[in-house]
Write a protein that binds this ligand. Structure first.
Ligand SMILES: Nc1ncnc2c1ncn2[C@@H]1O[C@H](COP(=O)(O)OP(=O)(O)OP(=O)(O)O)[C@@H](O)[C@H]1O
Ligand SMILES: [Mg+2]
Length: 493
């Protein structure tokens, strides 16, 4: 482990990193920061949640010339949420230096962005569509850009941003430095690198597995129509602090979040059809623990760094192994532990095997809890809640009421009643979940998806670790609304 002080980083940035609680550089940071500071083009590939943002954020902050008011670094990210998250992290790294960072993305009023661009930000973070829009309007001038970053390059390809990226890359001075970061490195990304980068240094954090080892990975084999009940029971037994449930389509996300709300969970969905304001508010509520279960499409949750996500449920198995890696990477971040559960129908078992081949890790079969087991889980939780209240020792005001009850009833009955009323008993309120067509049959076969060979292995980058449990699902009643289908269209325009 390398300390940031050994990486030739300025005092002010070291202080900022300290404030952020970063003590040592993660392997990808250790491997790329010096190269980037020397001005080299760098391709960085490392597992999810291992600090790729700061890996490019630190050199950018170090290189910003504060006396120069023009845009010196441009960072392209695939989604609005990600752009905001990257900006926030860079702003924190640049706290000591007071570098000016601006985020631009679709859905936000362009006039406001144009005014903000006139205030001479030195770092601009944005989504491809909106950046291009500003370039075309000549409201974003890139002639002084020294560093260009493509974050989550694989996802930008998936979302069909390739042409936009090409145009943007062509608008930035060619003597710039280009940095490209990604958790996975499929062939088309390497192609971009060959076309747009100058003899890039490739830093691939060697790991036996693509997924971090502190995520326990399970699968549940079940029929499509049983999935929802099993999910509810799992939630009751696992008692996640924060959970993300992935659905394949937008309709799926709407139906699931609605159904979970009906069954008493604090759940909300996010996907690309929701307004920017709605997506932001859902994410904020999730981060602030006002929502326990976030239901999302792949695209909406890609790259999001939300600390404290203890469980990821793939309600629908993802079609590509890369999506699987990204999805479960929402937990087990920054050295913490996590649990991932993937639902799979018998027709889809081939997909599970392809995922396992790619990640080089077997998932453990999970026997879904029975209704009784789920009930016991809830009862235990109720007991824990009572114990907690007793331990807080603030019961004086309630003593007379307790005495009154004790005069009328048996002590054991009173306690049993208290536990019962705190228990979420199995809830079979009918919910509507439209059956998804299973993915087309696929035979298990060895596929070289290019780039992964020899890059697996699970060294954790930084310590920590947390148990899960506790928490508890609160009740609410909310409406999910019904929306149209299909994800993966271009959300950013
Ligand atoms: N050196 C460090 N020490 C401690 N925590 C760190 C360090 N570097 C990054 N982190 C924290 O680790 C978390 C994950 O980092 P980040 O979001 O950059 O991961 P990532 O590699 O980009 O993941 P993904 O592939 O999912 O986008 C963040 O909360 C970040 O603040
Ligand atoms: Mg990232």
């Amino acid at each position: 482990m390398t300390k940031f002080s050994e990486l030739n980083i300025s005092e002010s940035t070291q202080k900022a990193l300290q404030r952020m609680g970063f003590e040592e550089a993660t392997p990808i940071q250790e491997g790329t920061i010096t190269l980037s500071m020397e001005g080299k083009d760098v391709i960085g590939q490392a597992q999810t949640g291992t600090g790729k943002t700061a890996a490019f954020g630190i050199p950018i902050i170090e290189k910003i010339d504060m006396s120069n008011p023009s845009v010196q670094a441009l960072i392209i990210a695939p989604t609005r949420e990600l752009a905001i998250q990257v900006s926030e992290e860079i702003y924190k790294i640049g706290y000591g230096k007071r570098a000016r960072v601006l985020t631009v993305y679709g859905g936000q009023e362009i006039g406001r962005q144009i005014r903000a661009l006139r205030n001479n930000p030195q770092i601009v973070v944005g989504t491809p569509g909106r950046i291009l829009d500003h370039i075309n309007r000549k409201t974003l001038k890139l002639n002084n850009v020294q560093t260009l970053v493509l974050d989550e390059a694989d996802e930008m390809l998936n979302m069909g941003f390739i042409e936009d990226i090409n145009t943007i890359l062509a608008s930035v001075p060619s003597e710039r430095q280009t940095l490209l970061f990604s958790a996975t490195m499929p062939a088309p990304i390497r192609k971009i690198a060959e076309t747009f980068m100058k003899t890039p240094e490739i830093v691939k954090i060697k790991s036996k597995e693509m997924t971090v080892e502190n995520i326990d990975q399970y699968f549940v084999k079940s029929q499509e129509r049983e999935k929802f009940d099993i999910l509810s029971r799992l939630l009751n037994v696992h008692q996640p602090e924060l959970a993300i449930v992935f659905g394949r389509t937008k309709r799926r996300v709407d139906e699931l979040s609605h159904a979970l709300s009906i069954r008493g969970y604090l759940a909300e969905g996010i996907h690309g059809d929701l307004t920017q304001a709605k997506r932001m508010s859902v994410l904020r509520q999730f981060k602030e623990n006002k929502i326990d279960v976030l239901v999302a499409t792949d695209v909406a949750a890609r790259g999001l760094d939300i600390s404290g996500v203890t469980h990821v449920y793939n309600f629908d198995i993802p079609q590509d192994p890369e999506s699987y890696v990204h999805r479960i990477g929402r937990t087990g971040r920054a050295g913490k532990s996590g649990v991932a559960v993937t639902f799979v129908t018998s027709r889809e078992m081939g997909y599970l095997r392809v995922v396992e081949e790619t990640t080089k890790k077997r998932m453990t079969p999970l026997q879904p809890p029975t209704e009784d087991e789920a009930l016991i889980g809830q009862q235990r939780l109720a007991m824990e809640q009572l114990t907690e209240v007793i331990q807080k020792n603030e019961l004086t005001d309630y003593a007379p009421l307790a005495a009154e009850l004790l005069e009328k009833f048996d002590a054991q009955d009173i306690i049993a009643a208290a536990i019962k009323s705190l228990t979420n008993e199995p809830d079979d309120t009918p919910v509507k979940i439209t059956e998804e067509r299973p993915l087309p049959m696929r035979k298990t076969q060895s596929r070289d998806r290019g780039g992964y060979k020899g890059s697996r292995g699970g060294g954790r980058s930084f310590g920590g670790g947390r148990g899960y449990g506790g928490g508890g699902s609160r009740r609410n009643n909310r409406d999910g609304g019904g929306r149209r289908d299909r994800s993966r269209n271009r959300n950013e325009r």
